[in-house]
Ligand binder design. Sequence first.
Ligand code: GDG
Length: 504
Amino acid sequence: MPHTDVLDLPLVLLSNRGPVTFDRDANGRTVNRGAGGLVSALAGLAEHLDDAVWVCGAATEEDAVVAREAQGSLLVQTHPIPHVVEGEPDGPSIRVRLVVTDPAAYADFYSVWSNPILWFVQHGLYGRSLSPVLTRAEHDAFENGYAAVNRVYADAVVDEVRARGGKALVLLQDYHFYLVAEHVRRQCPDVVLTHFVHIPWPGPDEWRVLPADIRERLLFGLLGSDVVGFHTRRYARNFVLCASELLGLPTDLDALTITVGDRIVRARYYPISVDPAALDATLASEEVAAHVAMLRYIFLDDDRQLILRVDRTDPSKNVVRGFLAFGTLLDQHPELVGKVSFLALLQPSRTDVPEYADYIALIGGVVAEINARHTKEGRQPIDLRMVEDFPLAVAAYSICDVLMVNAIADGMNLVAKEVAVVNRRGGVLALSETAGAHEELGEFAVTLHPFDTQQMADALYEALTMPMEERHRRLAAAAEQVRTHDVARWLNDQLNDLRQIAGI
Ligand code: GDG
């Protein structure tokens, strides 16, 4: 848990998805706690502060109803049973402000600009010869969607800061809100503000894909922060280079600082991580044990081996080339056919975005082709499951021989860190050199080049044939790295920097 004594100021958090969502079932309103390490870490912090509020989007219809009823923020108790608190809470609680936006504006904000445009630019996914094509529609969607929605969220943050006397620590999350910091700073000059970017930050030339006025607004928006946080030093340097080359601002590339008028903005890197205790608890659950038994039976009898991947169906995750590499491995090492399986647990993602829907179809095609080519004695080499099932993922993490992460670009990649903590079989991390996690875990991993299917096939072979002693040595070292650099540390490092800046 973070040391909250670093915070003598009220805290205002902003993210697109919040710590709770409301729904309705036969018995009335239900409250669900958000999943994932980021939500747990930030919720853990907010729960331990006297004065904190989490501003987030109303994600469900019932969220919007709750937001209208509350007319501001509401207090939600998170444990043991999540519920809205009317009087005094008798357990950990978080103040939540759900922001409702116009659906058409939100669609332009989310499904045109955040995903795909910003996501594609920052992960280098545009082919450029034919995409993107930016038309009047995209310009309008920026103005009436991305900028308009950012303004609504910024106003909500300003409201909450003003309700706290105009002085607060403000933590903004991710690529949805690049225009918020500047607006908040203008309205509330006494805030101390960090914007953490969870995805890669490419260099200036990648950003030239966007029109000058738009990329400048995005950059100046972020520069309203005191600190712009990234997962790695490479992304932080790229950000400073962008400020220098695209905005012409004075910068110091060694100190990672940018001068904006009379202010110094710091680019910093804080590698995000996982909550090892929570993962250990999940691994110890009966549900995971049942999955482990089933997976062992299906994939690991007769000295067989298992390659695993767990990803959203996002083009940045490079699932198609991953399977092509596996097909090459089986072509070139026929002795492995029938001896090695590839389990892919994929969570359908952003299916309303055409590029994502197309990508799912491509994945299905390549799997069918490789399975047709290499089925032996009724056993298909690839088991593709489109599922949302975290306990199943943890069970698979614990028993895989190789985890494949071959992303084209990935801010960090938490799956790799989760496997390092949970695996009990000397699992080898096969890790893309362009995933943020490679900076910390690359020396214990087999490195993948995400565009080179031959190299990836060779690397998979190396991982599958690595002596067991070496596999266990590397896994233990990776686990130690993650356990000593957990998500609490990620948050603490940011808070400590903010405390220095605020002089508290
Ligand atoms: C973005 C950045 C960055 C797995 N199966 C299920 C499930 N999971 C969990 C994993 C992991 C998370 O989802 C995925 O996190 P990643 O980091 O791998 O990837 P992104 O979703 O792309 O996350 C990334 C991250 O933000 C944090 O800054 O590391 O680079 O792209 O924790 O265990 N979750 C659920 N059901 C499943 O079946 N709910």
